[in-house]
Design a protein around this ligand. Structure first.
Ligand SMILES: CC(C)(COP(=O)(O)OP(=O)(O)OC[C@H]1O[C@@H](n2cnc3c(N)ncnc32)[C@H](O)[C@@H]1OP(=O)(O)O)[C@@H](O)C(=O)NCCC(=O)NCCS
Length: 224
């Protein structure tokens, strides 16, 4: 089992539609989304939860069996469903959710015109050489690194400069690390659109045939 769901957001969503979506996810996830006071952040958070519920439903998991807890390092997981890992990401105009029977992580970043020198501490020499001052290369490396730490579930507890990601053949990458992680990891990375970059990291090969792209208008109909 491996499925990846991408949802392009519509920030003009009205309050009626929002309250309809709130009823379809757990009260805990609604409260979590409400911590965001900026409307766009709230919409990203709520829709990423709705996308998770949609993805789990498509993979045969009943809503009543969905209990989300967090590991000590912050990774959300499904209580009582140890054979399923999931991960969500939200940035800019997109939210995404991955479901897998192995550990999996996903990261989307909105491409912004940032000063790359601010990020040199988190990069290894090999990554800095690869980036070569190019913004798109930076976002490729950044999302690859984030997708890896999200698959591991270690969050901010792992130093980002303790491992190197190395892209190859346009969409693929390898990871080299200093510690004793013996697992085999696979990556897939690509431009989601001209303003967003995305990477997925899993313990099994990632096939883009399992990528599902959803538009808000058709997605919303699932909840009526
Ligand atoms: C929280 C973190 C896991 C991802 O943060 P992010 O890229 O800002 O946010 P994303 O939207 O991609 O992902 C957020 C989701 O990841 C999940 N998440 C949180 N902690 C996680 C962990 N330890 N492992 C895996 N997933 C995690 C959650 O579902 C979260 O969404 P929610 O809070 O709505 O439930 C963490 O890696 C982080 O803070 N990273 C920033 C560190 C940094 O400096 N990176 C620089 C570039 S390499």
């Amino acid at each position: 089992m491996q499925n990846v769901y991408f949802l392009k957001l519509d920030f003009n969503i009205n309050d009626h539609d929002l309250s309809m979506l709130e009823k379809t996810i757990s009260a805990q996830r609604v409260e979590y989304a409400k911590q965001y006071h900026q409307r766009k952040d709230y919409i990203r958070s709520l829709l990423s939860s709705a996308l998770l519920y949609y993805a789990l439903d498509k993979n045969g998991i009943d809503k009543k069996d969905i209990v989300i807890e967090r590991s000590p390092t912050g990774k959300p997981f499904l209580k009582n469903l140890e054979n399923i890992d999931f991960n969500i990401t939200h940035s800019g105009d997109w939210v995404a959710c991955v479901i897998d029977s192995n550990n999996i992580g996903i990261d989307i970043e909105q491409i912004k015109d940032i000063d790359l020198t601010d990020y040199k501490e988190i990069l290894t020499t090999e990554e800095t050489d690869y980036i070569n001052g190019k913004l798109e290369n930076f976002y490729q490396i950044w999302t690859l690194k984030e997708s890896y730490i999200k698959a591991l579930g270690v969050g901010v507890y792992k130093s980002l400069s303790s491992f190197t990601v190395e892209p190859y053949d346009k969409h693929y990458a390898k990871v080299f690390q200093n510690d004793n992680d013996e697992k085999q990891w696979y990556f897939y990375n690509f431009n989601l659109d001209e303003k967003h970059y995305c990477s997925v990291c899993s313990q099994s090969k990632i096939s883009k045939e399992h990528f599902n792209f959803l538009e808000y208008k058709s997605f919303y109909k699932n909840f009526r």
